[in-house]
Ligand binder design. Structure first.
Ligand code: GAR
Length: 212
């Protein structure tokens, strides 16, 4: 089976990136990580990329006159690397450029630490805790022009009823993120998803699966 060529976009410590890189190395995730793209020169993700010998591209917002410039640079890196699936793993900027979103339509995915549409945005775990939610979770979804608003691919519920603060919530959810993300990327590699508008279906024997 061909491995799907992926790029990881991350802004922070990169624990999801590390879990994916480990699953790729173990052979449980049929992907090839072509490049890590980060907008933060001090992101922990960079060290992880170096450990796994994955090329790194740093694209700082301040190096570009506007957001389109940044997104177009990202697009050129994806194009150069013939990336088939773009994986946002704690990438904390919205992708806004139309040509990037159109070219990679249904091929950019994000992981978010709540059960969307509840608690979108940057502080999902804090918001869920403060709201007093008993169940939260994680969502893996396609990326479109709206914040955390693309079609939902996969969700997992996490019991947060015993959590005493937002950090407990984050801890409960992140370990589940680590196994879910690599698993979903592997399903992509096996061509297991079909998409019609907002409905993403898991198909056991998808004859159209590009990577089988
Ligand atoms: C993860 O919890 C991810 O779901 C979240 O940032 C964290 C990144 O952690 N993403 C968002 O909140 C996006 N809206 P990591 O850098 O250790 O993978």
């Amino acid at each position: 089976m061909n491995k799907i060529k992926i790029a990881i976009l991350a802004s922070g410590r990169g624990s999801n990136f590390e879990a994916i890189a480990k699953a790729v190395k173990d052979g449980t995730c049929h992907a090839q990580i072509m490049v890590l793209i980060t907008n933060k020169p001090d992101a922990g993700a960079i060290k992880i990329a170096q450990n796994y010998k994955i090329p790194v591209e740093i694209v700082e917002r301040k190096s570009f006159a506007n957001r389109d410039g940044l997104d177009l640079k990202i697009k050129s890196i994806l194009d150069q690397n013939k990336v088939e699936l773009v994986v946002l793993a704690g990438y904390m900027l919205l992708i806004k450029n139309k040509s990037l979103l159109e070219k990679y339509e249904n091929r950019i995915i994000n992981i978010h630490p709540s059960l969307l549409p509840a608690f979108p945005g940057e502080s999902a775990q804090k918001d869920a805790f403060e709201y007093g939610a008993k169940i939260s979770g994680l969502t893996i979804h396609f990326v479109n022009e709206t914040l955390d608003g693309g079609a939902i691919i996969y969700q997992e519920a996490v019991d947060i009823s015993e959590c005493e603060n937002e950090y407990d919530v984050a801890r409960e959810i992140i370990t589940r993120e680590h196994s879910a993300y690599a698993k979903v990327i592997d399903m992509f590699a096996r061509g297991k998803f079909t998409t019609e508008g907002r409905r993403v279906k898991y198909v056991e024997n998808n004859k159209e699966g590009k990577h089988e």
